[in-house]
Design a protein around this ligand. Structure first.
Ligand SMILES: [Zn+2]
Length: 294
């Protein structure tokens, strides 16, 4: 990906080096462990589940953070942090334009960089959950070590720096913010609370695929504005999309997949929607059928 000279976003909260010392809420530690287990089993950008399930319940809890750890960050960490700020700035530019074009205002989300664990308006998050978006505070939460493990996992097949695949991760979470601003996220959560588990999972898949689609739309316009994509970038992101498909992750973890438990979509679906967004950038396309959320 070509990012030379691109601006960095200021909508960043750098909480790296801070850790939560007292975890309260969702039945304390037990609850947090349960969430981590559920999210680990479900795969994908796992922290999304925290948003889906505990979005509203988690406010007003008491947590304490330790003093900021004074340790200096490595060159690699700083590189990843600066990269994330550039990608976020790109999403700000693209989505501001798109919202304006459709008579709406794009309110910038904040990117919180953290290490290990983090407090959010949706409850406590941990690096084990993967990156996630919390609509209650409109912030994206990212532990940069996620990228290092991603590189390890995808490294065998992917070429180059994997940077577009990293960008896709950020753009997907921003995609949830776009869903939130367009009123889709809360409508979907309301619907999910009214139906049984299997149908709630189906709705969750659509929400995730739409975030993949919006990530593709972002790449479409970012490339149009800044010629940011280089050879191999698209394949890299599609490879990444395929490797976070529910079927892929479940088969890898247990040797078989259970489609009724899918919450993020199959490899083929994730790659399909990302590509569709990348090719069209169409604001009106959605993964939901016309009256599904009414
Ligand atoms: Zn997601």
């Amino acid at each position: 990906m070509r990012l030379t000279g691109r601006r960095e976003s200021n909508n960043i909260e750098d909480r790296r080096g801070k850790s939560i010392t007292n975890i309260a809420g969702i039945g304390g530690i037990g609850g947090v462990i349960i969430i981590v287990l559920i999210t680990l089993l479900s795969g994908g950008d796992m922290g999304d589940i925290v948003n889906n399930v505990f979005q509203q319940e988690m406010q007003g809890q008491v947590e304490k953070s330790s003093e900021r750890n004074q340790k200096a960050f490595t060159e690699e960490e700083n590189k990843l942090a600066n990269f994330s700020k550039q990608i976020l700035a790109g999403t700000e530019d693209v989505w501001s334009e798109q919202f304006q074009k459709h008579g709406m205002h794009y309110k910038y989300p904040t990117l919180v960089l953290y290490t290990g664990s983090v407090e959010t308006s949706c409850g406590n998050g941990s690096a084990a959950m993967g990156p996630f978006y919390c609509s209650a505070d409109q912030k994206l939460y990212l532990d940069l070590s996620f990228f290092t493990s991603m590189r390890r996992e995808l490294g065998i097949q992917a070429k180059g720096d994997l940077d577009f695949a990293y960008a896709y991760v950020i753009a997907h979470e921003v995609g949830h913010h776009v869903e939130y601003l367009r009123g889709i996220l809360s409508k979907c959560h309301t619907k999910m609370a009214q139906v049984d588990k299997i149908n709630a999972n189906k709705l969750s898949v659509k929400l995730e695929l739409l975030a993949d689609y919006y990530a593709g739309c972002w790449a479409h316009y970012d490339n149009e504005k800044y010629q940011s994509l280089s050879d191999g970038d698209i394949e890299e992101a599609i490879d990444r999309a395929e490797k976070i498909g529910d079927n892929y992750l479940q088969e890898k973890a247990r040797g078989y997949a259970q489609p009724e438990t899918f919450t993020h979509g199959t490899s083929a679906q994730r790659a399909y929607w990302f590509k569709k967004g990348l090719e069209t950038g169409d604001w009106n396309t959605t993964t939901f059928s016309s009256d599904e959320l009414d």
